[in-house]
Design a protein around this ligand. Structure first.
Ligand SMILES: [Zn+2]
Length: 283
């Protein structure tokens, strides 16, 4: 903390000092001395900030990779649960249809017994009227039995179809379960691999933050939070802002290279740095 306040105090003093006017003063990045120019001060700030961005971007990348896998695992788990429910539901429907088939079979047995009974009674009738009445009953029962047969056929066809469907759903389910196993072991590996790396980077990031004055740091963090790609400070790439890709006018690009003050993108508000700072940090 003490370091930060010292830096900002120094900056205030330095701002009063008139510029030396040397445009390319920042190219060689000489060792900082006690009498830093405005350009050197700005340059050092931007370099420190861009270094922080490089570290934070690495952490972001790790989190993105690790963040997508749990979602994929979750999606697969949801899909598997859905398929299992479907299998259960179809099996229940099959059971219900089998009960219906068995009911109809019983009904047919009842019809046949009645027919037998009526036929026996026909042997002992006293007149034609009784005989005809029994004939009608027999006809009715045999129609009833035929209807049951037809229903049984329909139910059985339906059962066959459902069994086929269940077979396909189970196949899909097995596939998804295999996918899930792969994803879960991938996730475990990645978490183990990256945990240590992330910790190291977080420590580095915290140390680097101590090099940057509070106002600049909070501006950087605010921009980072509001941007989808987590970039708070970006280089100029092909005459455009490396964050939002809007063109940067030549005069503004020149100002960025001059390092007289910190310049932000007029479209997205990201802090802009020149190629030399990028190379310096990346090397
Ligand atoms: Zn921009």
């Amino acid at each position: 903390m003490a370091k930060t306040s010292k830096t900002s105090k120094k900056e205030k003093t330095k701002k009063i000092v008139p510029s030396t006017g040397t445009e390319e003063s920042a190219v060689a990045a000489p060792a900082p001395g006690p009498e830093d120019s405005v350009e050197m001060t700005v340059r050092k700030k931007l370099t420190a900030l861009y270094s922080l961005q490089a570290i934070d971007s690495k952490v972001d990348k790790i989190r993105i990779v690790r963040g997508e896998l749990p979602l994929e695992v979750q999606d697969l788990e949801d899909e598997i649960a859905g398929l299992e429910t479907r299998v259960e539901k179809i099996n229940q429907e099959i059971e219900e249809l089998e009960t219906e088939v068995s009911n109809k079979k019983h009904a047919i047995t009842d019809c046949l017994e009645l027919i037998k009974k009526y036929e026996a009674q026909q042997m002992n009738v006293r007149n034609n009227r009784e005989y005809d009445s029994l004939s009608k009953e027999i006809e009715y029962q045999s129609l009833e039995a035929q209807l049951c047969e037809k229903k049984i056929k329909e139910f059985n066809a339906s059962i066959e179809l459902k069994k086929e469907t269940v077979k396909n759903v189970i196949e899909e389910l097995e596939e998804r379960k295999k996918d899930l196993e792969v994803k879960q072991s991938e996730l475990e590996d990645i978490v183990a691999e990256t945990k240590k790396e992330e910790e190291n980077l977080n420590n580095k990031s915290a140390t680097q933050k101590e090099q940057i004055d509070e106002r600049l740091l909070s501006a950087y963090e605010r921009i980072r939070e509001n941007s989808r790609n987590g970039l708070g400070v970006v280089p100029v790439e092909r005459d455009a802002c490396g964050g939002c890709f809007n063109k940067i006018p030549p005069q503004r690009q020149l100002d960025i290279r001059l390092n007289k003050k910190i310049i932000v993108c007029e479209y997205c508000g990201r802090i802009l740095v020149d190629d030399d700072i990028v190379k310096n940090v990346e090397s």
